[in-house]
Design a protein around this ligand. Structure first.
Ligand code: 3H9
Length: 696
């Protein structure tokens, strides 16, 4: 018998204790164990009730996601839950930690539910490209009504025990230990003569306008389909008898299991966890970090300081003058007020942070005490070198010196200090207290415990940290520069920025690249282009329309105009009528006769450029694994999560046709479209990028 479920007796109650660390996922062994232990309880003389309770961190975190995509093994979860619900014994779930997906569905198959106040429940299957597939779409609406059930399923959010009680999901919320509470509750039910109470026998909820709900949910999903299919499944709970509703749910679940979106989202789920898990750092102890320094209090520096303060770290921020220091403090205060509004901190904590944990200074000597300092000054190598010389002079031995540069050579910066082993890049994304991505840029001489500290800091700040090697732009900005160049070339050939934004938003990006550029500020790209031209790295057909925009003082949203005109508000995104004539002037200068591009063609070229450069980044070891690139693009560049990342997307559409596309584009510009050796190799060996992830 499975050792995943322990069986014990407490008087008339059989206790089934789930022991499947770390999170009690409902693996095949757990399902079989529960089935067998239910049989045992029913055959055990004198047993009148069954208590199901989890050991460790959770009741159940849901179906075992590692089993998805493999042939399903019996007993299937929906059958197990029906079997539990059909038991002649009284079945009670005592919940603690999380009860998610199939975990909540097991609880809904029990006749009564009790939970500790800290317990959380949810049906997060949509985040895996699925719908609840073990009765959740049929049982939950019978307890909460259709609309509340749809809200739970289509958002996939975790709900606290109190709220779940208000919604009718949990019968009793009680402080204490789940085992003790569960036993007391089951005993009380027996003493009161309570009877079995199968949710499947309850009345279905009232109908709503299903078509309208389906369309609205589909539109909100920005291309992701599974939330909308929750609506159809809940509709079945109203329109069909329970058993048929369950079949309808099963069919939708099964159909979604076959989709690329399911593959993409499950890849994202595991990669998000694997990305910060570097085998080489397994036994490396990070240095202690409690007090950090930040150099520069502009948008980036203030964002980094805010992130650190919100994580409970002490921050000393250095600015050039008292006025600049005050402006930095004001920025941080605004960020923290936003955190109060979002309920992340209380007004009292806000005041406490500003008076006690943040210190704004103008003198380097005040940084002598910090454990780690992050420089976020102007992107200029000479300025950075001066800052690092000062830091080298004042920081205590063992302090880590980090640069937030987004392009510059960390090794060159490190070489100007007497302690290159203590230097690394910590590349945040703006706004740094909101964006999840952190590139930990490891230089030639960076010591392993310094890298480990970069990752530990990322964890403290709740970031997704990705290891990157040194090159121009590291992982993300290097790939961005390439796909942006592919977009510029398409514009010269006849596409408009608005066609390109529309095509990529249809593909699933939150915003197209030109809308993003307007948001980030066009001056950033302008500075990079000027530097690249000075270094002799200009593209063969160099577009200048973006420079013309900047020369006229249009830097995007912050100046009210860029590719779009923001006079009617940021959301209106009215195309700036001056842009197309600038592009036409470029085409005339270069003697180009424009042609039309379909949205499909735009996406193919853009994605081919992105994948090709990503493959070069992995092939050169700048990113260790394809999944590192995927997570960078997902968490820093708005890549649609349901596509898993550019390299997962490439695996799904097929590497051979992609390589063929790249080779056909190379006829026009062999340098830009030179195919990545790694991509050539994978195609020749009939392998995928994911095969490289599996090698660890
Ligand atoms: C479902 O239930 C379908 C049904 O409706 C129908 C079926 C027929 N399976 O996140 P952490 C691993 S779909 C396998 O670092 P935390 C995770 O990979 C499922 N493994 O910890 C990690 O492994 P490692 C619906 C799982 O405390 C380790 O556990 N349920 C699963 O930050 C620790 O995880 C969900 O979508 C799983 N279900 O967060 C819940 N869950 O140590 C997904 C976790 O090797 N899970 N692992 O890297 C979560 O949201 C979070 O993991 C959880 C813990 C909140 C549970």
């Amino acid at each position: 018998m499975s050792d995943k479920i322990a069986y014990s007796r407490e008087g008339d109650i059989a206790v089934l204790t789930v022991q499947n660390p770390p999170v009690n996922a409902l693996s095949h062994a757990v399902r079989q164990g529960l089935w067998d232990r239910m049989d045992q309880a029913e055959a055990d003389a004198g047993v009148r009730a069954v208590l199901i309770v989890g050991e460790g961190r959770a009741f159940f975190a849901g179906a075992d996601i590692t089993e998805f995509g493999k042939p399903p093994l019996e007993p299937h979860l929906p059958d197990l839950i029906n079997r539990i619900e059909a038991s002649p014994l009284l079945v009670v779930a005592s919940m603690h930690g999380v009860s998610l997906g199939g975990g909540l569905e097991v609880a809904l198959g029990c006749h009564y539910r009790i939970a500790v106040p800290s317990a959380k429940v949810g049906l997060p299957e949509v985040h895996l490209g699925l719908i609840p597939g073990a009765g959740g779409t049929q049982r939950l609406p019978r307890l909460t009504g259709g609309e509340a059930a749809l809200d739970v399923m289509t958002t996939g959010r975790h709900i606290g025990a109190g709220k779940a009680h208000d919604l009718g999901i949990i019968d009793v919320v009680k402080d204490g230990d789940q085992m003790h509470n569960g036993l007391a509750y089951a005993q009380k039910l027996l003493d009161q003569g309570a009877t079995r109470r199968p949710v499947s026998e309850m009345d279905p909820p009232a109908a709503i306008d299903w078509d309208a709900a389906f369309e609205a949910t589909l539109a909100r999903g920005r291309g992701q389909i599974s939330p909308a299919w929750c609506v159809r499944a809940v509709q079945a709970s109203v329109e069909k008898p329970f058993a048929d509703g369950l079949k309808a749910e099963r069919q939708i679940f099964y159909d979604l299991m076959q989709t690329d979106q399911r593959q993409g989202m499950i890849h994202a789920f595991f990669s998000e966890r694997a990305v910060s898990n570097l085998p080489e750092l397994k036994d490396v102890k990070p240095r202690a970090v409690q007090h950090i320094g930040v150099i520069g209090g502009g948008t980036m520096g203030a964002g980094i300081a805010t992130a650190a303060l919100l994580a409970g770290l002490e921050v000393t921020l250095l600015e050039m003058s008292a006025e600049a220091g005050q402006a930095a403090r004001d920025r941080i205060e605004r960020n923290l007020s936003g955190a109060v509004k979002r309920g992340k901190i209380t007004p009292k904590q806000h005041d406490q942070i500003l008076t006690h944990t943040l210190l704004v200074v103008t003198n380097y000597s005040k940084l002598s005490d910090v454990d780690l300092v992050i420089e976020a000054v102007f992107e200029d190598m000479e300025v950075k070198k001066q800052v690092f010389a000062e830091l080298d002079r004042v920081c205590k031995p063992g302090a880590i010196l980090a640069s937030n540069t987004s392009y510059l050579d960390i090794d060159e910066i490190a070489a100007t200090t007497s302690r290159p082993g203590d230097v690394l890049g910590l590349h945040f994304f703006s706004p740094a207290h909101v964006m999840k991505l952190l590139e930990v840029v490891v230089g030639d001489k960076t010591a392993p415990d310094v890298t480990a500290t970069g990752f530990a800091l990322g964890k403290m700040l709740s970031k997704i940290s990705v290891r990157a090697g040194v090159c121009d732009g590291f992982i993300g900005n290097r790939i961005l520069a390439t796909y942006r160049q592919a977009a510029d070339q398409m514009i010269l050939d006849g596409a408009s920025p608005y066609d390109i934004d529309a095509a990529l938003e249809e593909f699933g990006f939150a915003m197209g690249p030109f809308a993003v550029a307007d948001l980030a500020g066009l001056d950033i790209g302008w500075a990079v282009r000027k530097r690249k031209r000075a270094e002799g790295h200009a593209p063969k057909r160099d577009a200048t329309y973006a420079d013309t925009l900047c020369e006229q003082g249009h830097f995007g949203q912050k100046t009210g105009k860029g590719y779009y005109d923001y006079a009617a508000g940021n959301k209106a995104r009215v195309p700036n009528p001056d842009v197309l004539p600038m592009i036409e002037a470029d085409r005339a200068r270069l003697g180009i006769t424009p042609r039309t591009f379909t949205h499909e063609e735009i996406v193919r070229r853009y994605m081919a450029a992105m994948v090709n450069e990503s493959a070069k980044v992995v092939g050169e070891g700048i990113a260790r694994r394809p999944l590192d690139v995927d997570m960078t693009l997902l968490f820093g560049y708005g890549f649609p999560r349901y596509r898993g990342g550019p390299l997962k997307w490439a695996d799904i559409v097929g590497l051979a046709p992609l390589l063929q596309d790249i080779k056909s584009y190379a006829a026009e510009d062999p340098d830009f479209w030179a195919s990545a050796p790694l991509l050539e190799e994978l195609v020749a060996d009939n392998k995928t990028f994911d095969d490289l992830n599996k090698k660890g």
